[in-house]
Design a protein around this ligand. Structure first.
Ligand code: HEM
Length: 307
């Protein structure tokens, strides 16, 4: 067992002193100073959107807000992914699935947010885009942390981050972290009677590298998927199948976000270079080829062959 944080740990509202209620269900005077705004830090939050264009371009607020909202959701995704790994370490795959379903819903929001930004005409974006240079989504520390944690472990990305050394160091620690898939495979290997024949190499792999196609692991996964099928004929149910599908769905949704982002970029700046200095849409289109969990995709080839 690893020493991952408890799945139930993490940031939670300050409950130091439970709210007392009157008989009518109203809060007592004890917490009169705590308000919606002070608890959620609303004044601070609303002071964080500072357009650079002078005079402020109408659409720059939408541009800043969109990115800030993404960063907040990235924070939540990272939080959920740590929970996913911790539940797997406790051999509770269905609790991990519950958190992955939450990640799916957040991803849905992230995908649906792109058309909102696309209500901005490229002609309008061009009026304040130059102010942003050389800042770029390239430099999102949290996006890279999500990528590293999920298995897109490209150390060159560390060089692109524009933040301070502490942020870079923190980000670097995510490269070596085992992915949710690693935690899943370790969990499968602990399953009763070692029912799934997990190769030792999969348990001792270098977790700072992306996952590679491992035929023996695919065979174990095919077994898991077939057992799900046989369950309908009365055999034991293995909930790990649900986890594997939820993990794959998360990868699929990330790819859909990438695709939609590329299309938005083409729509906004055509084939132009990015503010971060990349080839823009061309670079981003190449990232669509990233495969996080090749074995989860490969398993389908074997299942299809049977029917
Ligand atoms: C007008 C809207 C947008 C445009 C034109 C745009 C453009 C670009 C371009 C050209 C790149 C490639 C790197 C570079 O050279 O700068 C990039 C990367 C990136 N952008 Fe955007 N972007 C937009 C909105 C967003 C939003 C709302 C997010 C949300 C956080 C975002 C997140 C990212 C991320 C994470 C990358 C790095 C992707 C990777 O390396 O795989 N972008 N963007």
């Amino acid at each position: 067992m690893t020493t991952s944080p408890s799945p139930s740990s993490g940031p939670s509202p300050d409950t130091s002193g439970q709210r007392e209620m009157t008989a009518a269900g109203m809060p007592t005077q004890r917490h009169e100073k705590l308000t919606y705004g002070s608890y959620l830090k609303v004044p601070e939050l609303l002071s964080l959107q500072q357009p650079l264009s002078v005079p402020a371009h109408h659409d720059e607020l939408l541009f800043i807000l969109s990115h800030q909202v993404y960063e907040l959701w990235f924070k939540q995704i990272l939080h959920e992914l740590h929970g996913v790994c911790a539940w797997l370490d406790r051999d509770q795959p269905l609790r991990a699935v519950q958190l992955l379903h939450r990640v799916h819903k957040i991803q849905h929001l992230l995908i649906e947010q792109i058309p909102l930004l696309e209500t901005m005409f490229s002609t309008e974006f061009a009026k304040f885009r130059d102010n942003l240079r050389p800042a770029s989504g390239f430099q999102s520390v949290q996006f890279r942390k999500v990528e590293f944690l999920l298995g897109a472990k490209n150390p060159r990305m560390l060089e692109l981050v524009g933040e301070d050394q502490a942020a870079r160091d923190d980000m670097a620690t995510y490269i070596a972290k085992p992915t949710p898939y690693d935690h899943f495979i370790r969990h499968l290997a602990r399953e009763d009677n070692k029912v799934f024949p997990i190769p030792a190499s999969a348990l001792t792999r270098d977790t700072s590298k992306p996952h590679e196609h491992t035929p023996e692991l695919v065979a174990a996964l095919v077994d898991l998927y077939r057992r799900q099928d046989h369950h309908h004929a009365g055999e034991r149910y293995y909930p790990q199948f649900t986890f594997a599908e939820a993990l794959l769905e998360m990868e699929e949704k990330l790819a859909i976000w990438r695709f939609h982002h590329v299309k938005m970029v083409e729509r906004m700046i055509g084939a132009g270079v990015g503010t971060g200095g990349s080839s823009g849409a061309k670079y981003l289109a190449a990232t669509l080829a990233i495969r996080l969990y090749p074995d989860l995709w490969a398993v389908r080839d074997h299942l299809a062959a049977k029917y």
